[in-house]
Design a protein around this ligand. Sequence first.
Ligand SMILES: [Zn+2]
Ligand SMILES: [Zn+2]
Length: 312
Amino acid sequence: MVTGASAVGALNTIEAMSVQKIVLFYVFTPLADPEAVRLWQHALAEGCGLKGRVIISKDGINATLGGDIDDVKKYVRITKSYEPFKKADIKWSTGQGDDFPRLSVKVRPELVTFTTPDEIKVDADGVIGGGEHLKPGALHKLIEERGDDVVFFDGRNAMEAEIGRFRGAIVPDVETTRDFIDEIESGKYDEYKDRPVVTYCTGGIRCEVLSVLMKNRGFNEVYQLDGGIVRYGETYGNSGLWDGSLYVFDKRMHMEFGSGAESLGSCLECGKRTPKFVNCANESCRQQFLRCEDCTRAGLHPTCGSCVSVGM
Ligand SMILES: [Zn+2]
Ligand SMILES: [Zn+2]
């Protein structure tokens, strides 16, 4: 029995050697000593040979890491053995290997930089006073019941929404998460204050904070998509309310929920649909813009729209 099991185990290990996985998770929980957690997380991730980004704050942890499947599993197992992180909801996806340039583990004032570190309060159950969490099925139920009254509110940077978003979503004019406060205080969205507003983002973390900020600023019925677009895509693929590609923060740059997904974005040069962002060739700009693979191969349109218009 033991021999058989370990033989199978060994075989699985060999087969799994080249399988690269990326994990994405966050936990909002009070951490008395973020620096100690940082040291531990750094040693653990490094020891497992992982690369990616981990942010620690007094309010918890936010991590995106990639590596060999067995190493990632080991990292996850040990991370979850720490009581405050036990409930971490780990989102797995398949990487290409070398998805991140390096390992970075840092302590920051906020897990996501909304520049409101004092407005967010957490306890062992997570963020206090956030929007009601809706799992993908519950989201569909809300829409069945409330129909067009339901408003999707994109909690990401506007650029991310260029290649994919929920059908009919409001995409706030934000370049970074820091811009959200001005945006929701601008009055532009006041007409939605008494409607059911569903915030969504990649994995859910930005909405944990954004939904609090919106509620505190007079939005009366705020929900957040539990597990974010990632979980929604796993549940409904391309047959639900999501259109296009999902922008991701690793070398892949985008992912799709099964075949047949078409990006909502268009190549700046030829107009063809593409999910491919590239960096502006102007070193002082480096803004990302959409350019299809054919135009990239042909060396067309090296700079972003703004740099073209100023003759760079
Ligand atoms: Zn093109
Ligand atoms: Zn540019």
